[in-house]
Write a new protein. Structure first.
Length: 338
């Protein structure tokens, strides 16, 4: 007979009937309340599954919300986190004296970015001023006056388009987390010339390791291995608009800055190129080892079967992805000989 501890048995039984907020949710839990939590995270702007299983992915999304809402970042959905999430996701929140929704219900203070979610046009306060400062530091020209007016609305929309988000001019929880990531992410500089990877995988296809870094294939040419090594050096760096264009060693990289840095690692570029410049670079068509997809607004590349793309970094934690994406509207080129 299998012995089940009383506490674990009670938790399992509770999961079938518990409403969200009745228990503290953490990795390993499952049930209708977990699914409700996941659905609220979706409404708050996060891309997450809603399968009722509290795995590492759900915990990571909860941490993102907690960071956006200026809560203690634990990945555990306690009552305070759930309460803030309900209000941020529903929009049915009290309006405070400064306008907009206050996730703390009834509190007139809004000192920190994330005290009120969402932030939208017409609101004013110190949290709006912090938002404006973050937008400016992320590379989006914005006045800092604490008024969410037309200029701030335009900057928010540019930021959302840049991050491939719905450009509605409203800062939801996911938008706030993305903006924090751009400004408060890894502060370290990338190396000028990364060493070639020591670990290799058999065959011609690269793989993504459990750490989110690419493992180069043994059969690949040295230049491909060097591209992968350079890509690994910045795979987890924050996205920063214009990052990687002023200097090779930077704290964050945009889409073309990322690809430029990786190609520079194999001595294929002497200076960074913008997305539009890549449309006429190299040789036309797909390459055997490396294929670059570019248009005026975005670009990415596929190296030995892996997609190296800033889009998706917030979900996967890395620029390396095994998934594909639509190539419609992109010009296709590749480095000569690769």
């Amino acid at each position: 007979m299998l012995f089940v501890p009383a506490a674990a048995q009670a938790d399992t039984q509770a999961s079938a009937t518990s409403r969200l907020g009745d228990r503290t949710l953490r990795v390993g839990h499952s049930g209708a309340d977990v699914k409700e939590l996941q659905e609220l995270l979706r409404k708050a702007g996060f891309k997450t599954g809603a399968d009722g299983q509290y795995g590492s992915s759900t915990a990571a999304t909860v941490r993102r919300f907690q960071r956006a809402a200026h809560l203690k970042v634990t990945g555990v959905a306690d009552k305070r986190t759930v309460s803030r999430l309900r209000r941020a996701a529903s929009g049915e929140i009290e309006v405070n004296a400064s306008g907009g929704f206050d996730v703390r219900r009834g509190s007139p203070r809004n000192h920190h970015l994330g005290d009120r979610i969402p932030l939208r046009r017409g609101m004013q306060g110190h949290d709006v001023k912090v938002l404006q400062d973050y937008l400016r530091r992320a590379g989006f020209r914005t006045g800092i006056d604490g008024e969410f007016g037309k200029g701030t609305w335009r900057s928010v929309r540019r930021f959302e388009r840049d991050q491939q988000r719905a450009a509605n001019g409203v800062m939801d929880a996911a938008d706030i987390d993305l903006l924090r990531s751009l400004v408060d992410g890894d502060k370290g500089l990338a190396p000028d010339k990364p060493a070639q990877p020591a670990a290799l995988t058999p065959g011609e296809k690269a793989k993504v390791g459990p750490d989110g870094l690419a493992i180069a294939p043994e059969a690949a040419p040295d230049q491909v291995k060097q591209i992968i090594a350079a890509g690994n050096a910045i795979a987890k760096k924050p996205y920063r608009y214009g990052g990687g264009h002023g200097k090779w060693q930077d704290t964050g990289y945009d889409c073309s800055g990322s690809v430029s840095y990786a190609l520079h690692g194999a001595d294929l570029l002497k200076s960074p190129l913008a997305s539009g410049d890549f449309m006429s670079w190299g040789e036309k068509g797909p390459g055997r080892w490396v294929t670059i997809y570019a248009h005026g607004g975005h670009m990415y590349m596929v190296v030995a079967g892996l997609r190296f793309d800033t889009s998706g970094r917030q979900e996967d934690g890395t620029r390396w992805h095994t998934s594909t994406r639509s190539t419609s509207g992109y010009t296709v080129v590749h480095p000569p000989g690769l």
